[in-house]
Write a protein that binds this ligand. Structure first.
Ligand code: NAD
Ligand code: TYD
Length: 339
């Protein structure tokens, strides 16, 4: 099969490409990515050596480039990871989130309609459900939880999800959607909580924790997410949404303290800063449906996964130091100087 993976130079997409090349060597993978600040071609260096892999630099919202690629590659499956993905950036400037996350999704699906496809899979997020309160730990997001997005990021992802389901109903486009909780692992861009805290702790810099650090995220090791996507795109029912998560809820403060402990750094590096606007309190996924229908269960326990992740950042300093020495440094100053 020919599989187009959009956003494959980013965090989850690149992990997914390596999983596919390993587990399905018979398939051809075409990565479509326009290399925004979050796309890093060096991440795909090993994949480039594989004759079954091709990288194409283009915007998913560029109709001409997307149609050209479909004519060249005749894809059987499209998996759409490409997105603007950082909540703080969406608060600073929402417009590119609408352009890529909503318009881009529409362009990809229109190409699928025109050229025909076996499956269009949309990689979505639990953030489309909004948040849960901190004191109702008995509540979880199911696939029937109403869409109730809070940030420009999550509302753009919610808009895309609605469009995908509309294309299923209106045009019978063979679609599926996965909504996953927070991922962590290798190649995570150092603007997100875990890699940001690792890289700053290693440099003995302050660790900016929003508010009181009480917000809860449900962490899943990235490889487990990729395995779930692989299952759903090959075997999941068409027109369906599947939640993905591993019941690993932690407060942000717990996560940061674990990182400091593992690195042997003092807790006085923690600095409480002004809270994020509209900050979602708690995310928690109920993954019963994907377990019942497809037998998916996460394989990596949080306690092991976080150690493996910290070790990866220690072993791959060049990967993230190259990022920090570039545009990212200026971005960091812009985002945090007023906090
Ligand atoms: P990322 O920001 O690390 O990577 C995004 C990639 O998409 C980059 O390579 C970037 O260059 C590319 N891209 C951005 N705009 C593009 C465009 N217009 N055309 C082509 N390529 C473009 O993101 P990520 O964390 O890997 O997330 C991937 C997907 O998974 C996103 O759709 C996100 O909403 C979803 N998701 C992420 C998480 C998480 O914890 N990171 C959890 C659930 C769902
Ligand atoms: P993030 O990695 O941005 O993911 P998301 O907002 O999509 O869940 O943030 C995870 C949590 O960590 C979130 O509650 C915000 C918090 N956070 C901080 O406290 N400090 C930071 O510098 C960052 C980037 C996030």
């Amino acid at each position: 099969m020919n599989i187009i993976v959009t956003g494959g130079a980013g965090f989850i997409g690149s992990n997914f490409i390596y999983l596919e090349l390993e587990e399905h060597p018979e398939d051809r993978i075409i990565c479509l990515d326009n290399l925004t600040y979050a796309g890093n071609l060096s991440t795909l260096e090993e994949a480039m050596k594989n004759p079954n892999f091709r990288f194409v630099k283009a915007d998913i919202a560029d109709i001409e480039a997307v149609h050209k690629l479909f004519e060249e590659e005749h894809p059987n499956i499209v998996v759409n990871f490409a997105a603007e993905s950082h909540v703080d950036r969406s608060i600073a400037d929402p417009s590119i989130f609408l352009q890529t996350n909503v318009i881009g999704t529409g362009v990809m699906m229109d190409a699928c309609r025109k050229y025909g496809i076996k499956r269009y899979h949309q990689v979505s997020t639990d953030e489309v459900y909004g948040d849960l309160s901190l004191d109702r730990t008995d509540l979880f997001f199911t696939e029937d939880t109403p869409i109730h997005a809070s940030s420009p990021y999550s509302s753009s992802k919610a808009g895309a999800d609605l469009l995908v389901l509309a294309y299923y109903r209106t045009f019978k486009l063979p679609v599926s959607i996965t909504r996953c909780s927070n991922n962590y692992g290798p190649y995570h861009f150092p603007e997100k909580l875990i890699p940001l805290m690792i890289s700053r702790a290693l440099a003995d810099e302050s660790l900016p924790v929003y508010g009181k650090g009480e917000n809860v995220r449900d962490w899943l090791y990235v490889e487990d997410h990729c395995k779930a996507i692989d299952l759903v795109m090959r075997k999941g029912r068409l027109g369906e949404v599947y939640n993905i998560g591993g019941h690993n809820e932690r407060t942000n403060l717990e996560v940061v303290k674990t990182i400091l402990r593992e690195l042997g750094k003092p807790e006085n590096l923690i600095t409480f800063v002004t809270d994020r606007h509209g900050h979602d309190r708690r995310y928690a996924i109920d993954p019963t449906k994907i377990y019942n229908e497809l037998g998916w269960l996460p394989e990596t326990k949080y306690d092991d996964g976080i150690k493996m992740t910290i070790q990866w950042y220690l072993d791959n300093k060049k990967w993230w130091e190259d990022i920090l020495s570039g545009e990212y440094t200026r971005y960091f100053e812009r985002m945090y100087s007023r906090r």
